[in-house]
Design a binder for this molecule. Structure first.
Ligand code: BES
Ligand code: MN
Ligand code: ZN
Length: 454
C-alpha cells in the first residue's frame, strides 16, 4: 500500500527534474546514495508525472525500498494541484497487484510527500486517494474469475462498497426486469443459469430537484458469445466484459467518498452471455423496453442489447438528463484505436467536449468517431426496427449508433473501452497486465466538471 502524507522519513529520496536535457520518463540516481531523479522533460504534463512516479516507485521497490520521500514542489509549481495528484496516483497504481487466491508475500511501501506548502496537500492527497482506490476497485472486480463473479455476486459487491458511502443501491432481480419489459436485456440474461441483475447506484450529492446524469456500464460477467460462440482465444479474456460496469460503480464510489455535489445514477445491466436451451439464436426478434424491436443477427453482439434497455431505464425510470455509457463493446474499436485510446460516439457536441476535457485531466485518451448518415443505414433490418449487427462493417460506429437510437434526443456519449479495459501487458507504467480500470478517472473528472457547472 502507498500511504501519501507530509512527513520526513525515507529509505530513498525521489527528486523531480523539470527542463534539463534528460528524456522525459528517464530515471537516474543522484550524487548522494539512494536518491533517484525523475526526469519530466521540458514540457511535462500531469500524465508525464503520473508515469514517472509509477516508474520510479516500481524501480526502488525492486531494490527493496519500503519508504521514500518525494519533494513535490517542482511538480506543484509547474503543473499545479493536478500534477501533485498525478504523482500520487501513479505511485499508488504502481503498487497494484491483482487479487489472488493463495498465500503470498505482501511488501508494504509508503511514499511520503513534502513541499508545496502553499497548497492544501493533505486534502489533495485524500481526494486522489479515493479516486485511486476506486480505480483499484474496478480492476479487482474486472480481474475476478467468472465463477466468483456472477451477476448476483457483482451486484452484492457493488452494494457492499457503495452503501456505506451514502450511495442508494437498488438491485432489480429477473422478475422485476421482466415486468419492466426489458426484452433486449433478457435476450442475453436468459442465456445463463445465473440470473441477470439490474444494478442501480444513486449518488445524490447535488440539488434535490436536479436531474441526474446517468452512467450506464456494460456488465457482461462473461461473454462466451452465445450460439455465435467465440474462439478459444476470444474466450480467454471475456471475464473483463463487465469492465464498463465496474468503471461506473467505481466512479460513483469516488464521487461519494469525496462528497462531490452532483446527482449521478449508475446503471449496470449485469448478465452472462452463454449457451443454454433457451438462449437467443440468430434471426430472433426481441422487443426492447423502449418498444423498439430488434433482430438478433449475431448473439455475440450482446452488449448493445443489454445497454439499450439500461439506457431506456435510465431515461424513463431515473429521469436522466444526460447519458454516458461505457462498454467493452466491439473488437472493431480495439482494432481501430489500440490499447491506449478508447472510442467515442455521441449525439451532443457539448457533452462530448466535456468528456474530452475530463480526459485531458485524467490522462486517458479518447477519440470521437464520425456519425455520417450512411452508418445508421447499416443497422437497419427488413423485419425489425433495428438489427444488432451491421450489414456493412464499421463495427465500432454502428454499435455506438445502435445505442444512440435508445438515447433519442437526450444528450449522450458512448465510450467503447474494448481495447483499453484489459491489457496482456502494461502499456503504461501505472498499469499491470489484466484489468486497467479504464474510464474510472475520466468519468470522475466529467462528473466533477458537471458539478462545478451548477
Ligand atoms: N465483448 C465483445 C467485444 C470485445 C472484443 C471486447 C474483444 C474486448 C475485446 C462484444 O460483445 C462482441 O463480441 N462484439 C462483437 C460484435 C459483432 C458480433 C457484431 C465483435 O466485436 O466482434
Ligand atoms: Mn459479445
Ligand atoms: Zn461482449
Amino acid at each position: 500500500m502507498v500511504k501519501l502524507w507530509n512527513q520526513e522519513a525515507a529509505d530513498w529520496r525521489l527528486e523531480l527534474e523539470i527542463g534539463g536535457d534528460s528524456a522525459p520518463l528517464s530515471l537516474h540516481t543522484g550524487a548522494e546514495g539512494r536518491t533517484l531523479i525523475l526526469c519530466l522533460g521540458k514540457d511535462p504534463s500531469a500524465e508525464t508525472a503520473r508515469r514517472a512516479a509509477a516508474k520510479a516507485v516500481a524501480a526502488i521497490r525492486e531494490l527493496g525500498a519500503r519508504t521514500a520521500l518525494l519533494d513535490v514542489d517542482p511538480a506543484a509549481r509547474a503543473l499545479g494541484p493536478g500534477g501533485l495528484s498525478a504523482l500520487a496516483q501513479g505511485a499508488k497504481l504502481a503498487c497494484y497487484r491483482q487479487p489472488a487466491w493463495k498465500e503470498r508475500e505482501e511488501k508494504p511501501f509508503t511514499l511520503y510527500f513534502t513541499g508545496a506548502q502553499w497548497l492544501d496537500v493533505p486534502a489533495i492527497l485524500a481526494e486522489t486517494d479515493a479516486v485511486t482506490r476506486a480505480v483499484c476497485f474496478a480492476r479487482d472486480l474486472t480481474n475476478r474469475p467468472v465463477n466468483l463473479l456472477t451477476p448476483a455476486m457483482l451486484a452484492q459487491s457493488m452494494k457492499e462498497a457503495a452503501e456505506p458511502l451514502g450511495v442508494e443501491v437498488q438491485i432489480l432481480d429477473e422478475y422485476q426486469t421482466r415486468a419492466l419489459g426489458m426484452g433486449a436485456f433478457h435476450a442475453v440474461g436468459d442465456s445463463a443459469g445465473h440470473p441477470p441483475r439490474l444494478i442501480v447506484l444513486r449518488w445524490k450529492g447535488g440539488k434535490e430537484d436536479a436531474a441526474p446524469i446517468a452512467l450506464v456500464g456494460k456488465g457482461v460477467c462473461y461473454d462466451a458469445g452465445g450460439y455465435n460462440l467465440k474462439s478459444a482465444a476470444g474466450l480467454k479474456t471475456m471475464r473483463a466484459d463487465m469492465a464498463g460496469g465496474a468503471a461506473v460503480c467505481a466512479a460513483v464510489l469516488a464521487l461519494a467518498e469525496n462528497h462531490i455535489p452532483v446527482n449521478v445514477t449508475a446503471v449496470v445491466p449485469a448478465v452472462e452471455n452463454r449457451i443454454s436451451p433457451d438462449s437467443m439464436v440468430p434471426g430472433d426478434i426481441v422487443t426492447s423496453m423502449s418498444g423498439k424491436t430488434i433482430q438478433i443477427n449475431n448473439t455475440d453482439a450482446e452488449g448493445r442489447l443489454i445497454l439499450a434497455d439500461a439506457i431506456t431505464y435510465a431515461i424513463q425510470k431515473e429521469g436522466a438528463s444526460r447519458v454516458v455509457d461505457i462498454a467493452t463493446l466491439t473488437g472493431a474499436c480495439a482494432n481501430a484505436l489500440g490499447h491506449l485510446t478508447a472510442g467515442l460516439v455521441s449525439n451532443d457536441d457539448p457533452l462530448c467536449a466535456a468528456l474530452l476535457e475530463a480526459a485531458s485531466r485524467s490522462g486517458e485518451q479518447y477519440w470521437r468517431f464520425p456519425t455520417f448518415p450512411e452508418y445508421a443505414k447499416m443497422i437497419e433490418s427488413p423485419v425489425a426496427d433495428l438489427s444488432n449487427q451491421s450489414s456493412d462493417g464499421c463495427g465500432a460506429i454502428t454499435a455506438g449508433l445502435f445505442l444512440g437510437a435508445f438515447a433519442g434526443d437526450v444528450p449522450w456519449v458512448h465510450m467503447d473501452i474494448a481495447g483499453t479495459a484489459w491489457v496482456d501487458r502494461a502499456r503504461r507504467e501505472y498499469q499491470t497486465a489484466g484489468a486497467t480500470g479504464a474510464g474510472v478517472t475520466t468519468l470522475y473528472q466529467l462528473c466533477l466538471g458537471l458539478a462545478a457547472e451548477v
